[in-house]
Every structure is written in structure tokens, then in C-alpha cells.
Design a protein around this ligand. Structure first.
Ligand SMILES: [Zn+2]
Ligand SMILES: [Zn+2]
Length: 253
């Protein structure tokens, strides 16, 4: 992570220098615009999640049904013993433009997006942040970090820590096996793919006991990965495990 932090800091420096010398470019389409971040045309294509929404998965409602209301899907699975995640909060609906931006951030080393994403994530998570003790980014396998050079969830988590002063711990939850990509897999196969994949660093077990934790990731599609992480953290004593992501498909397990 020292290597990726150095690259991140260099990118930050170039970006701040460029913003003094040159006009801002939209992070998505590169058109010149006069605000820092996304131009107005791209902005209109993003779908931000908002209240009123399901208390559990944050899928927006078109009508305000009152406080602490769950959507039909969450009510159906509320008694399931296979479900370990408490609440999910995501800033965006995972549409075409959200996907484009996240892939740019994830695979294109567009580190500057992590700051913007963290601000958006913060705006939808005030209720779950209140009693949170720590952030844990979803870990990548060492081989994946070697090829990509960084873990995008760690960058998001570190930016959120700067904004909230809640610490990020990257050495508690570990990915013990390398799995194939979840993309293109059915919900059932996604669950199978991540079964038994996560483990805890036993020397840091006391850091999660009786703690309220928020898992940080870029995207939630079926929540199979986040649920597997939550299962592991709760097995080792975490009280609540919420998840906070940049985007979600609003289709939890
Ligand atoms: Zn644009
Ligand atoms: Zn729901």
C-alpha cells in the first residue's frame, strides 16, 4: 500500500497544480466546466439515491411511507439466518455512467475520483455513521493488488476517515483465497464464489469484538461479497456490520 499511496499522492499533486493552471475538466466526459468534478450534462445522467428510502437497503421510495420502513424484498428476507449485513447505504444507482466512473477509478488509476465519491458516500450515511467505531474496506487478494497496484476500497475508506475521523483498518479482514470475478455470475453463484473466502487476522481480533463496523466497497450488486464479509466479522464478535458503497444495483440478496 505504500506504493499505491505514493502514486495517489503524486496524482493529487498533479491534479491540484493543474487546477490552478488550467480550467477544470469533467471527470466523466473531459469537457471543460467551471465546477470541480462532474459537468452538468453528466450530472443529470447520474441517479443519486435519496430519502425516502428503505431503512435497510436504501432503495428510494416514490412516496414517504414514514420512518424506519423496509421495502418488500427486505421484509421478505428479514428473518433469514443467511443474512448478516445490517444496513446498506449507496450514493448512486449503478447505471451506465456510474459504472463508467467506477471502472475508471478501479482500473484506470483515476485516484482523484475517490475524494468525490467519499463526499457522496458521506451524504447518504449520516444515520449509520453515528455509532460507528471503524471502517473496514473489502479486501482484495494479494495477487489482485499486485496486478492493479492498489485496492480501490482502501482509497475510499481512507478518504472517508479523513472526512469523519473514524479510523480505517486494512489488516483485520483478509481475503484468504483468490476468486474469479463476480461479474456475469448469477446471485447464487456469487454467493458460492465468496463462501469461506474471508478470514480474520487473529492477532487483531480484539479490534472488532463488540464493535460497530462499516464495510467500504465501490459497488454492491447482489451484496454476496459484503454479506460474506459481515458473516466473518460477526462470527468474531462484531455487533453490527453496515456497508457503504459508491453505487448499488438496488438488488440485495
Ligand atoms: Zn461531463
Ligand atoms: Zn430494502
Amino acid at each position: 500500500m505504500i506504493f499505491s499511496n505514493t502514486i495517489y499522492n503524486i496524482h493529487e499533486f498533479i491534479l491540484s497544480t493543474r487546477s490552478i493552471l488550467l480550467p477544470h475538466q469533467c471527470f466523466s466526459c473531459q469537457s471543460i466546466n467551471y465546477t470541480y468534478g462532474i459537468c452538468s450534462i453528466c450530472w443529470l445522467q447520474l441517479r443519486f439515491n435519496h430519502k425516502p428510502a428503505c431503512i435497510k437497503c436504501f432503495t428510494p421510495f416514490s412516496f414517504n411511507y414514514g420512518q424506519n420502513i423496509m421495502c418488500g424484498k427486505c421484509i421478505q428476507k428479514s428473518n433469514s439466518k443467511k443474512y448478516y449485513l445490517n444496513y446498506l447505504r449507496s450514493a448512486l444507482f449503478y447505471n451506465t455512467l456510474a459504472k463508467k466512473l467506477i471502472l475508471k477509478f478501479k482500473n484506470g488509476q483515476a485516484f482523484y475520483l475517490s475524494k468525490l465519491f467519499a463526499k457522496w458516500m458521506l451524504s447518504v450515511s449520516h444515520d449509520i455513521l453515528k455509532n460507528t467505531n471503524l471502517f473496514i474496506p473489502v479486501p482484495l487478494h494479494a495477487n489482485r493488488i499486485w496486478w492493479r497496484g492498489y485496492n480501490q476500497s482502501v482509497l475510499l475508506s481512507q478518504n472517508l476517515s479523513q472526512l469523519t475521523h473514524i479510523p480505517t483498518y486494512t489488516n483485520i479482514l483478509l481475503r484468504s483465497k483468490q476468486t474469479c470475478s463476480q461479474e456475469g455470475l448469477s446471485a447464487k453463484n456469487r454467493q458460492k464464489n465468496v463462501r469461506g473466502v474471508f478470514t480474520i487476522n487473529r492477532s487483531h481480533m480484539q479490534l472488532i469484538r463488540k464493535k460497530q463496523i462499516i464495510l467500504i466497497d465501490d459497488v454492491c450488486t447482489t451484496s454476496a461479497t459484503l454479506n460474506a464479509c459481515a458473516k466473518t466479522l460477526k462470527k468474531f464478535g462484531a455487533i453490527t456490520v453496515h456497508a457503504l458503497t459508491v453505487a448499488s444495483t438496488n438488488k440485495m440478496l
